[in-house]
Design a protein around this ligand. Structure first.
Ligand code: AMP
Ligand code: FE
Ligand code: FE
Ligand code: ZN
Length: 281
C-alpha cells in the first residue's frame, strides 16, 4: 500500500467544529497516516474539537496542541490570529469565542438573505445542516451554493457569489487585529499571525501587533514561494517572532495544503510553549 508521508509538524488545521470537512478524530487519523506527530487543531473561534482530537491523538501517537484561529477583517485586510496553547476550560475565553461564533451566524444569515434576494435561492437550514453545529462560515455557504447549482464548483463560489466584491457579501463583525492579539495574550496563549500574505500594510501593522503581544508569524505556508518565506523569516528575526507554519487543511476544495504538507522546524513547538503564560493557574 502506498503511503504519502508529510512533514511531522502541522500547526494549522480545521475540523467540522468550524469549516473543515472531517471530524476531529478523522482529522487526527488522517494526519497520523501522513506521518504527522504534532498537530495544532486550530478551528475558527472554537475549542470544541480539542478533547476529541486529544483522545484520538493519544491512541495514534499524535500530540495535539489546543489552538483557535481568530479572523479579523479591517482596513488591514484579513488579519487572522492563531492562538496556541489556549485552555479549552477557560470560561472567560470561551465566552468571547461564543460571541464571535454568534456574530458568524448572524453574518451568514445576512448573506443567505442577500443571495436569496439576488435570485440565488439557498436555504439557511441546509447551510446549518452542512455546518453540523460547527462555527459557521462562508465554506458552508459555498457548499450549499454548489449543491443548488448556482456555482460550477465549491471553490468557484469564493471568486464570485461570496467574494468580498459580491453584492451578497457581508463584512465580519468582531475583533480588531490588536484586540485579537491582546485577547489571546490575556488568556495565556501564544498569538501568531496566520498566512501574513492576506494582510494589507504588513510592515506598518507588525510593530503594533508585536506591542500588543504577538509572538509568532506563519512563515511556512503552502502557497508561499521560497522568496516569500525568506521575507517572512527576515521579519520574524527582526521582531523576535517564532516562525510557525502549517497546512491550513480544511478537507474542502483546493484551499490549504494537505495535512503535514508544509515544512515546520522541529524547534518551533518548544519555542512557542516557552512563551505561554501560566502564572494565573
Ligand atoms: P469566513 O470566515 O466566513 O469569511 O470564511 C473564510 C474561510 O473560507 C477560510 O477560513 C477558508 O476556510 C475559506 N476560504 C477563504 N478563501 C477561500 C478560497 N479562495 N477558496 C476556498 N476557500 C476559501
Ligand atoms: Fe477556514
Ligand atoms: Fe485563515
Ligand atoms: Zn485557517
Amino acid at each position: 500500500m502506498a503511503v504519502t508521508l508529510g512533514y511531522p509538524i502541522d500547526l494549522h488545521t480545521h475540523s467540522i467544529k468550524s469549516d473543515g470537512a472531517l471530524s476531529p478524530a478523522e482529522l487526527v487519523k488522517r494526519a497520523a497516516a501522513r506521518g504527522v506527530t504534532v498537530q495544532a487543531l486550530s478551528d475558527h473561534d472554537t475549542l470544541a474539537g480539542v478533547a476529541e482530537a486529544v483522545a484520538e491523538g493519544k491512541r495514534l501517537g499524535v500530540r495535539i496542541i489546543p489552538a483557535t484561529e481568530l479572523n479579523t477583517e479591517s482596513e488591514w485586510g484579513d488579519v487572522h490570529v492563531l492562538a496556541y496553547f489556549v485552555d479549552p476550560n477557560d470560561a472567560a475565553f470561551e465566552e468571547k469565542l461564543k460571541w464571535l461564533r454568534e456574530n458568524r451566524g448572524r453574518r451568514i444569515d445576512l448573506m443567505v438573505e442577500n443571495l436569496n434576494r439576488l435570485g440565488y435561492k439557498v436555504s439557511l437550514d441546509r447551510v446549518r445542516e452542512i455546518a453540523q453545529g460547527g462555527s459557521l462560515g462562508r465554506p458552508h455557504l459555498a457548499q450549499a451554493l454548489f449543491e443548488a447549482g448556482h456555482v460550477p464548483s465549491y471553490d468557484a463560489a469564493f471568486d464570485t457569489l461570496i467574494s468580498k466584491e459580491s453584492p451578497a457579501y457581508v463584512s465580519r463583525v468582531g475583533l480588531a487585529p490588536l484586540e485579537a492579539v491582546e485577547l489571546v495574550r490575556k488568556h495565556g496563549g501564544v498569538p501568531a499571525l496566520a498566512h501574513p500574505g492576506t494582510v494589507l500594510g504588513l510592515e506598518a501593522l507588525l510593530p503594533q501587533l508585536v506591542s500588543a503581544g504577538l509572538r509568532g508569524i506563519e512563515c511556512y505556508y503552502g502557497s508561499h514561494t521560497p522568496t516569500r518565506t525568506a521575507g517572512y523569516l527576515r521579519l520574524a528575526a527582526r521582531f523576535a517572532l517564532v516562525p510557525t507554519g502549517g497546512s491550513d487543511f480544511h478537507g474542502r476544495g483546493d484551499h490549504g495544503a494537505d495535512l503535514g504538507g508544509v515544512f515546520v522546524p522541529p524547534d518551533t513547538i518548544a519555542a512557542l510553549e516557552a512563551l505561554t503564560i501560566r502564572s494565573s493557574w
